[in-house]
Design a binder for this molecule. Structure first.
Ligand code: ADP
Length: 274
């Protein structure tokens, strides 16, 4: 399965051999398919940001292997730039990845590093900015002047312009209101469905994962505890509680209804994965 991004027995230890030694990830196996939205859940300190940095090569595992398209990304001669153009990352604070004077230049940065120039590069930028629906009047604005939601759109456009196979999004809804959140998640879903892009969505909100993820991974203290379809994950109430995670209100409500003898319409179940 050469299109997969995967971790094989990956462990990561910060400051090994010192008094501050910390096993942040402990023997984790993981495969991410294309066109699938995978949610990554776990409370603070469970290892989520360590995992995503391993997946796009920013960190090198202490042991185990990270592979992309079947190749070890830390093998001699493997191009880190190639990996990072195929496995895009949108950080929690998008302003930290905006380095150019204008939105347009910022989105063009990735494709030009891939060697695209002139019209080919412009087409990429325009397509990406249109896809995220950023109004044209902002194309020449400084990315730092934009609102939180618009900055996130620009950060996503910057990754999309490189035509990635995967996108890792770290808390894409942080700081957005309900409408902004829905807007960005709907766009992420469209991107995955229409362009076959694999998405890894880091979120502390089980409600958001219930609604948008095809599969959910739960980390606790560096270990992968669950990796399953949302319905199966939410059925494991005690495990989730042990990991410090909530069950979504919609799931609790469905359970309450069932306990009281009500039937939940099939279409609702399928739609919301209750
Ligand atoms: P999460 O993203 O789920 O909050 P992290 O991957 O950031 O979790 O952290 C996992 C564990 O590794 C935590 O115990 C955290 O304190 C520790 N850790 C993270 N970064 C460092 C670092 N640079 N040095 C030492 N320990 C770290």
């Amino acid at each position: 399965d050469k299109d997969l991004l995967s971790l094989q027995h990956v462990s990561y230890i910060y400051s090994p051999g010192t008094a501050y030694e910390k096993v942040a990830l402990d023997d984790v196996n993981l495969s991410l398919g294309k066109g699938e939205i995978v949610g990554l859940a776990g409370h603070t300190g469970s290892g989520k940001s360590t995992m995503i940095q391993l997946l796009n090569g920013l960190l090198k595992p202490t042991s185990g292997t990270v592979t992309f398209e079947g190749k070890d990304i830390h093998a001699k001669g493997y191009s880190g730039n190639y990996l990072r153009s195929k496995v895009g990352m949108v950080f929690q604070y998008p302003e930290h990845q905006m380095i150019c004077d204008t939105v347009w230049e910022d989105v063009a940065f990735g494709p030009s590093k891939q060697g695209l120039t002139g019209e080919a590069c412009e087409t990429r930028v325009e397509e990406a900015l249109r896809f995220v629906d950023l109004p044209e009047k902002y194309y020449q604005a400084s990315p730092l002047q934009l609102s939180g939601g618009q900055k996130r759109r620009v950060a996503i456009a910057g990754v999309l312009a490189m035509h990635p196979e995967y996108i890792i999004l770290d808390e894409p809804a942080a700081g957005l209101d309900a409408a902004g959140k829905r807007e960005i998640f709907d766009r992420i879903r469209r991107m995955s469905r229409e362009q076959g892009i694999g998405v890894l969505l880091v979120s502390h909100s089980m409600e958001d994962l219930a609604e948008y993820a095809d599969r959910i991974i739960v980390l606790d203290d560096g270990k992968k505890i669950l990796d399953d379809r949302p319905a199966q994950v939410f059925a494991k109430r005690e495990t989730l509680a042990d990991c410090g995670l909530d069950v979504p209100e919609t799931v609790k409500l469905a359970d309450k209804l069932r306990a009281n003898g009500y039937q939940i319409p099939q279409n609702v179940i399928r739609e919301k994965e209750l």
